[in-house]
Design a protein around this ligand. Structure first.
Ligand SMILES: [Zn+2]
Length: 184
C-alpha cells in the first residue's frame, strides 16, 4: 500500500497561519477577516486522564492539551502527533476566541486580518495551577489560576463561550447562589 500523508489531528481555519508571537513562542494569526461565531479551530488528539497527562505527556511534549471535562483532556501522545494536534492559540486575558462545545473554537467577535487569535484559559480549564501571565493585554489578570472560570466578571464576559462542562458548573453554582438568596 502506498504511504499515506500524515493527517492533521486538529483543524485550523485556512484563514489562519502560525507565526512568531509577541505573547509567547509561536502563535496563530488571522490572515483574512473572520466573522463572529465562525469556526477557527477544532482540537483533535487522544482522550487522556489527568494522571496520564501529567506523568506521561506534559513532561515530554509540554502544554499541548485542551481540558474537556473534570478529569479528561484531549492531547497528542507522541512527538509525531504533537505538530498534527497543536492549535497554536495562545492564552490572552483579552481573548477573541471562545469555545463551542468542548473542542471547537469560534470567533467571539468579528476579527480582522492580522490579529493574533487567542483564547482565555478561563474558558477551558478547571485545575489547581497558578502562574504569572505576560499576555500584555490592557486588562491582564497578571496571575492565571485554574479556577478563573469562577470569577463573576469572567463568567459575564465569556457567557456562551465556556467549554460545556464549565458552563454546566457555572449554571449549577449560579442556581446555588439564587437558592441561598431565596432562603434569606
Ligand atoms: Zn494576561
Amino acid at each position: 500500500m502506498a504511504a499515506i500523508e500524515m493527517m492533521q489531528l486538529s483543524y485550523r481555519s485556512p484563514k489562519s497561519e502560525v507565526r512568531e508571537s509577541k505573547i509567547h513562542g509561536r502563535g496563530l494569526f488571522a490572515i483574512a477577516d473572520i466573522a463572529k461565531d465562525e469556526i477557527v479551530l477544532v482540537k483533535g488528539g487522544h482522550i487522556v486522564d489527568r494522571k496520564t497527562l501529567r506523568e506521561k505527556i506534559t513532561p515530554r511534549l509540554g502544554s499541548v492539551e485542551i481540558q474537556i471535562d473534570d478529569d479528561l483532556f484531549i492531547a497528542p501522545v507522541t512527538d509525531e502527533e504533537r505538530e498534527l494536534s497543536m492549535l497554536y492559540s495562545n492564552h490572552s486575558c483579552d481573548a477573541n476566541l471562545g469555545i463551542r462545545g468542548e473542542v471547537t473554537f469560534v470567533a467571539m467577535r468579528d476579527i480582522q486580518a492580522g490579529e493574533e487569535l487567542t483564547h482565555d484559559w478561563a474558558t477551558t480549564d478547571d485545575d489547581d495551577y497558578s502562574i504569572e501571565c505576560k499576555c500584555g493585554a490592557p486588562n491582564c489578570r497578571m496571575v492565571l489560576t485554574g479556577k478563573d472560570w469562577q470569577h463573576p466578571e469572567l463568567q459575564e464576559r465569556y457567557a456562551g463561550y465556556f467549554s460545556v462542562y464549565l458552563a454546566r458548573k457555572i449554571a449549577v453554582l449560579g442556581a446555588g447562589v439564587k437558592h441561598q438568596k431565596n432562603l434569606r
